[in-house]
Design a protein around this ligand. Structure first.
Ligand code: GLC
Length: 409
């Protein structure tokens, strides 16, 4: 269990305010359309995989469309895979030839992405895989040939330096692949990747405000539970990252999409327990985002337009702390800000709604989306919301705002 550690640095306030971001997994693997691990799972030889770079010319890639879509969906920040485990860089790296700049596309996608993020005032996150299947040294590990490993680590650190030097202000460095393979011996992740040196000598020097996740073996600023909602018990910042279907990178056969409702429920579950939600899309190799993902993002966006006040800037509430076991479909969920408590009603029955263990006095209540008044009565610590319409006002999540006399207890 993580102990109580304050964020080691960085300006974390915007991150807590934002609550909702988009994750983008896009790279050479998108051409094969079998997920981002395809190089590894199918043991594709290096030379064969390298040929994909000749085909990577995304004619329909228009980063502004991605950024606008994320913004309209209510997201406040973005995280793009600058290099995934396959080692292919979407940026101009001087220490690698396996980049989108030096192959068919001849474009620095990371530069285009950052420019667009700035234009639309989205915070910029860079995903970077420490693991690199394209490097024989990585595959050999640190013990076989320590000299070669040293060069590999220098290469990894140099790439981080490039990302944090060449593109102006970066808000998040989102490490991945910092694991230690069992064949490597008894090292910690921080030792293997020399993460402290990387952090203090490079990352923090170049970008004092940056937030980093904990996947390089040092605590960093925030934790990133994957596909699960795991509220922090220590006060640390956290962000659940989640796919819309079962893959991060584009997979043509994966039709196992979560419903829009489920995605909104997951967003609210994160926010109501004090975390962020980073929702993934896996664009196709031609640069287009699958229509199924776009549909969901737009539906979430419509919901956010009416209910954003119950998401942004929300502090985790300890109200109904047994909700922390987030696998339950408890409803309503509660988010709170100042003297307002927002009830998120996912499972609508109409008529009357009862909330127990409610210790605050309610001054007034209304539907957040329409502003329409709602009738409430209170009996001891039981709050009754009355005369609700039979038909659910919002099929995804109807938010009822309760104005309280003081902050939620
Ligand atoms: C995992 C996977 C990876 C994905 C990431 C997202 O570590 O290896 O494919 O990018 O999680 O959290």
């Amino acid at each position: 269990m993580s102990q109580k550690v304050r964020p080691i640095a960085g300006d974390a306030r915007w991150f807590e305010e934002a609550r909702f971001g988009i994750f983008i997994h896009w790279g050479l693997y998108s051409i094969l359309a079998r997920g981002e691990w395809v190089r590894y799972t199918e043991k594709i030889p290096k030379q064969e995989y390298a040929l994909l770079a000749n085909k990577f010319k995304p004619e329909k890639f228009n980063i502004e469309n991605w950024v606008k879509l994320a913004k309209e969906s209510g997201m406040k920040y973005m995280v793009l895979t600058t290099k995934h485990h396959d080692g292919f860089c979407l940026f101009d790296s001087k220490v690698s030839n396996f980049t989108s700049v030096k192959t068919a596309a001849k474009r620095d996608f990371v530069a285009e992405y950052i420019r667009a993020c700035r234009k639309y005032k989205m915070k910029v996150g860079l995903y970077f895989s420490l693991a690199d299947l394209n490097c024989p040294a990585y595959l050999n590990g640190p013990c076989k040939n320590p000299k070669e490993w040293k060069r590999f680590i220098a290469y990894v650190h140099n790439q981080v330096r490039e990302l944090l030097t060449n593109y102006g202000k970066i808000d998040i460095l989102w490490y991945d692949g910092g694991w230690v393979l069992s064949s490597w011996g008894n090292f910690s992740s921080a030792e293997i990747w020399q993460s402290r040196k990387l952090y203090y000598n490079i990352v923090k020097k170049l970008q004092p405000h940056i937030l980093i996740n904990s996947r390089s073996g040092i605590p960093g600023d925030f934790d990133t539970p994957e596909q699960r909602i795991v509220p922090s018990t220590s006060g640390r910042l956290w962000e659940t990252c989640m796919t819309m279907n079962d893959h991060w990178g584009y997979h043509a056969g994966d039709k196992n999409w979560k419903s829009t409702k489920q995605l909104i429920i997951n967003l609210v579950r994160c926010v109501s327990t004090g975390g962020n939600f980073l929702l993934n899309v896996g664009p196709k190799a031609d640069g287009t985002i699958p229509a199924t993902s776009i549909k969901r993002l737009k539906e979430i966006g419509n919901w956010m337009k009416k209910n954003r006040e119950s998401i942004y800037g929300i502090k985790g509430s300890s109200f109904y702390s047994f909700y922390r076991d987030v696998s339950f479909g408890w409803s309503p969920r509660v988010t709170t800000k100042g003297n307002i408590a927002y009830l998120h009603v996912f499972y609508w029955l109409g008529r009357e709604l009862c909330i127990s263990r409610f210790k605050n006095k309610v001054k007034s209540a209304n539907f957040l989306a329409s502003g329409k008044k709602v009738e409430v009565t209170q009996k001891n610590d039981r709050l009754f919301i009355k005369n609700l319409p039979d038909k659910e006002p919002d099929p995804y999540d109807t938010v009822i705002a309760l104005k309280l006399e003081e902050e939620l207890k």
